[in-house]
Structures are given as structure tokens and as C-alpha cells.
Design a binder for this molecule. Structure first.
Ligand code: ZN
Ligand code: ZN
Length: 398
């Protein structure tokens, strides 16, 4: 059960989270190397017969270049790469690309924030000099208007080029994490674990959901997180039956099951974890039974994790336990998802998923049971896939 007191999280028994869970923050004050990623992207481009790719997704750009600014475009061809931004980031872009170890592999173009023509001009000129006749755009990241506008830009300067839709190229690379990415995510997860340890005793004071959420967010930041990875969910009692409830002013009572779903963001990488807590320490009545089913369901899913396993099989393993307990229709979402620069990314651990697990993927396993008018239970961990199993990056008691 979710008796966190017995696991050293009760008031008066808190371990030092910084020393115990988070470790030495300075150790991680390095940027993941982006070296080799452009070459791996080019291999995928050759496989898919793509001559040039114009990247607009900021996480994809960060992954390839290390640049973390809020405005950028990147053009990659068979032998060249160009990154553009505006003058607010003139210093930052040089520094970050250098830190990521890729400063020699891409050109930089900078325009004023109010006039993007300089960036467009640099892209147009690289397309012209590269002699490519097709350019792929990230179809699921740009609007119809943007696609039309690029067509007009090339027509205006008399470049005859076809635009083609492309999806999932950089995302395909991002699904498998390297050692540094996994370290950063482990670090983010440790901050969230430690924050929960700090905030858990507050349940004794019957806080409002939104105060409990705010305190969690505050502690994650205090422990070194750059931000929360997504809007923290704290849903007590009947509110817990809504999987994505927003924290409200409802007071958390002793007997409530409290679904707490939250994560930290650290150097661009996210963590994601859910625990279902109880102010009284242990749930009682039907919710106690429901909690037990969800624990067993999650463990059944985790037991299937290893490289080569179909994501749909993980989903099936979790779902069978819940169906056998008679709650099949009360588990209405997917079992899990990949996590990385975005909190939700490939692969999908769902009934219809065709994804297959690979070593180095970081995924969540998060079955839940939701009883309208009564409450909900969800338990979620974030795990790295290995050749023969998995390792959990989240470690709060459950
Ligand atoms: Zn979550
Ligand atoms: Zn999740």
C-alpha cells in the first residue's frame, strides 16, 4: 500500500533529499553532447529519400544542436546544416552549440527579432546552393499557413523546389537515450522523489489540492529543477476519478485517495511519476482493493519490459490484471509513453501501438482505475529499457 510513513517519508523521518536522492548537482552542470546526431539523422534521410529537412520543432533543434532558445529553425541537407535564430540569442546560440560539441558542423544565421527576413534569406540561399529539388517540412509541427508561406518564399526568388511532408525523423532518434540523457532524467526524477518526500507530511494538515501541488512545484525548484515538466495533478477523493484533473480548492481529507502526478524538468529533460497517497497512511474499503489491483497491474507491465518486446504487449499485461479484477472498463487510457525532452513522446504503450521497445528507451508504466463519484488510483514509474529488463528512474515508495 501507499504507506509512505513506513518507508521513511513520515514527518520526522525525512532523509536528506539533496544528499540522498539528488546527489551533486554540479556534477550534472554539463550539456549532453550532440555529436553524431546529425550524421544519424542523415542516415534516416537517405533511407527515406529526403534531400533536405527544415526543422521547426524546438526540441528537435535542441537535440541536434544543444541550442535551447525559444525561436529557431534548422536546415539539414546531405552535407550541410544551418541553424537560424534572432539577435536575442546571438551569444547563447554560439555558447550552447559549442558546449554541445557541434559548432564546427553547422552554420549560424541571426536576424533581428522583428524581422525574420535574414533567417529566411539564409535558408533560401542554402537551399539554392545545395541544388536540392525537394525540401521536407515537419508536417505535424507546422501549420498549413506556414507551408504555404514557404512555397511563396521560394517562388518569390524563383527557386523551383517541391515541398514534401515528413514526420518523426528526429523523433525516431530521440526515442533511444544516451547515457547523459538518462543521467539527466534520473536527476530530474530524483528531484521529484525528494520533493514528494518533503511535501508528504503536509497531508496531516489537510491542505487544499492546489496548495499541495504548489508546494510540490516549489520543492522541485528548490531542489534544483529548472521547472516542473508539466502542470502538476493533485486530485483527492472523487476528483481522482478524472485522470487529468486540475488541482482545486478541495481540502484533502484523511480517507481520500489522492492521485499526485508530477515531474521535474532539468536541462530540458522531463521526469514523470504518479503516486496515489492517503492522508491516513492506508486506504480502506473499496479503494484499498482498487489500489492493490493497480499495484499488481503495474508490476505485471513492468515485468514484461525489455528490449524487443512490443509496446502493445506491455499494455496487455497491465490491462489483463485490471480486467480480471472486474475493472476493465475503468481503465480508459494508454498504459504509458516515452519521456525525454517532451514529457509525452514516442513510443506509445497502448493497445494499438506498433512500437517495439529498444534498449535505452525511457518509458512510463501507469495503469489506473477510475470510479466516477468515488475516486481513482494511478501509479506511474519512469523506467529505462535494457537488453534483459528495465531500471526504474523513479523511486518513491508505493
Ligand atoms: Zn504522469
Ligand atoms: Zn505519464
Amino acid at each position: 500500500m501507499n504507506d509512505m510513513t513506513s518507508s521513511g517519508h513520515g514527518s520526522g523521518e525525512l532523509r536528506d533529499p539533496v544528499a540522498d536522492r539528488v546527489g551533486n548537482v554540479a556534477l550534472f552542470a554539463v550539456v549532453p553532447s550532440a555529436q553524431g546526431r546529425l550524421d544519424r539523422l542523415r542516415n534516416i534521410m537517405v533511407e527515406r529519400e529526403i534531400q533536405g529537412l527544415l526543422i521547426s520543432d524546438l526540441a528537435n533543434i535542441r537535440y541536434l544542436s544543444g541550442f535551447s532558445g525559444s525561436a529557431a529553425l534548422m536546415l539539414v541537407t546531405g552535407d550541410r546544416a544551418l541553424i537560424t535564430t534572432d539577435s536575442r540569442y546571438a551569444v547563447q546560440i554560439e555558447e550552447e552549440i559549442d558546449l554541445a560539441g557541434v559548432s564546427g558542423s553547422m552554420d549560424i544565421a541571426i536576424s533581428s527579432p522583428s524581422n525574420q527576413d535574414g533567417q529566411k534569406h539564409a535558408i533560401v540561399e542554402m537551399v539554392r546552393s545545395s541544388c536540392i529539388d525537394h525540401l521536407a517540412l515537419e508536417a505535424d509541427k507546422i501549420s498549413w499557413h506556414t507551408k504555404k508561406r514557404w512555397l511563396e518564399v521560394f517562388q518569390e526568388v524563383k527557386i523551383n523546389i517541391g515541398l514534401q511532408p515528413a514526420t518523426g525523423l528526429v523523433e525516431q532518434l530521440r526515442t533511444v537515450k544516451d547515457g547523459m540523457e538518462i543521467s539527466l532524467m534520473h536527476h530530474a526524477a530524483a528531484m521529484a522523489d525528494a520533493a514528494l518526500g518533503k511535501v508528504y507530511p503536509m497531508l496531516d494538515e489537510h491542505p487544499q489540492e492546489k496548495d499541495f501541488a504548489l508546494e510540490l512545484d516549489w520543492w522541485m525548484r528548490k531542489l534544483g529543477a529548472d521547472d516542473r515538466a508539466f502542470e502538476t495533478i493533485v486530485a483527492a477523493g472523487p476528483n481522482g476519478a478524472k485522470p487529468h484533473a486540475q488541482p482545486s480548492s478541495r481540502k484533502i481529507e484523511n480517507e481520500d485517495a489522492v492521485v499526485v502526478d508530477f515531474g521535474a524538468s532539468f536541462m530540458g529533460y522531463c521526469s514523470d511519476m504518479t503516486r496515489t497517497l492517503c492522508g491516513a497512511g492506508k486506504l480502506s474499503g473499496e479503494m484499498a482493493g482498487v489500489y492493490d489491483v493497480v499495484v499488481r497491474s503495474q508490476q505485471a507491465g513492468i515485468d514484461t519490459l525489455r528490449a524487443g518486446v512490443k509496446c502493445s504487449d506491455v499494455d496487455r499485461a497491465c490491462r489483463e490484471v485490471i480486467e480480471d479484477a472486474g475493472y476493465g472498463d475503468k481503465f480508459a487510457h494508454s498504459t504509458g509513453h516515452g519521456v525525454g525532452l517532451y514529457v509525452h513522446e514516442s513510443p506509445v504503450l497502448g493497445t494499438r501501438s506498433e512500437d517495439v521497445l529498444q534498449a535505452g528507451m525511457v518509458v512510463t508504466v501507469e495503469p489506473g482505475i477510475y470510479l466516477p463519484g468515488v475516486g481513482g488510483v494511478r501509479i506511474e514509474d519512469m523506467l529505462v529499457i535494457t537488453d534483459d529488463g528495465c531500471e526504474s528512474l523513479t523511486s518513491s515508495p508505493k
